[in-house]
Design a protein around this ligand. Structure first.
Ligand SMILES: Nc1nc2c(c(=O)[nH]1)N[C@H]1C(S)=C(S)[C@@H](COP(=O)(O)O)O[C@H]1N2
Ligand SMILES: [Mo]
Length: 224
């Protein structure tokens, strides 16, 4: 990015409390050992109350592919920047769901579930933002198992735990469900507002989460 002809250093565009690092496989420590068996072709199941079925995700990817640059901001204060994700906007999937099922007005949350059992909710309002993608490619290559193959959610305006890897199912729900991240996850988790976790202000969480990084890295390195 240039402003008045001067290149703005990347770090100056980071959200509060973040520093740049490389993209490496990461997540909750309990999920480091969970390497799900991956299907060759993505399958995405949707549930809306008692209704449900398969989302034609391969067709939607074919017809609505877009490529966007987006950063991944982990709550533990590292950010991987300038990642080129390619996939279909969640809002395209959301419109397809509305065309096929009766979605009650009370369903204000969508839960994203991964093949490893991890899951997390976004409010519908946050999920339909233009930059929320179901991505199957990163930097021009098919997603690797490390980074969420066959498809993952990418929600760059929210902390990394919302960007669920190995996406298998989406559920329309009336209530927020914290999932395995529990109190560590914030219902909205907007990086611009530093909504890292519940109970304490984001800046208070910074050193606490930063101190956890070496331990989590060791767990993930042990499961290559
Ligand atoms: N299925 C699944 N998705 C997940 C996680 C996980 O453990 N399982 N961890 C989350 C967290 S906390 C982060 S920071 C990012 C890390 O993405 P990466 O492994 O591509 O670096 O994935 C998120 N999505
Ligand atoms: Mo994270």
């Amino acid at each position: 990015m240039t402003v008045l002809g001067h290149e703005v250093p990347r770090a100056h565009r980071l959200p509060p409390g973040q520093t740049v690092d490389d993209l490496r496989r990461f997540g909750l420590p309990a999920f480091a050992a969970r390497r799900p068996t991956l299907p060759a072709h993505p399958r995405l199941v949707v549930r809306v109350g008692e209704q449900g079925g398969d989302v034609p995700v391969t067709e939607l990817l074919r017809g609505h592919r877009e490529t966007r640059v987006g950063d991944l901001h982990c709550v533990t204060t590292w950010s991987a920047v300038d990642l080129w994700w390619s996939g279909v906007a969640f809002r395209v999937v959301h419109e397809w769901v509305h065309g096929v099922f009766e979605v009650p007005a009370a369903a204000r949350w969508v839960r994203f579930r991964g093949l490893d059992g991890f899951h997390c909710c976004l409010s519908i309002d946050d999920a339909v933002a233009a930059d929320v993608l179901l991505a199957d490619r990163l930097d021009g290559q098919p997603l690797t198992p490390d980074h969420g193959a066959p498809i993952r959610l990418v929600a760059p305006a929210h902390y990394g735990y919302k960007s669920v890897k190995h996406l298998a199912a989406i559920d329309y729900l009336a209530d927020y469900h914290p999932g395995p991240a529990g109190w560590m996850a914030h219902p909205r988790a907007r990086v611009a507002h530093e909504e890292r976790s519940r109970f304490l202000p984001g800046r208070v969480w910074r050193p606490i989460w930063r101190a956890a990084v070496p331990l989590v890295r060791r767990r993930y390195d042990a499961h290559g």
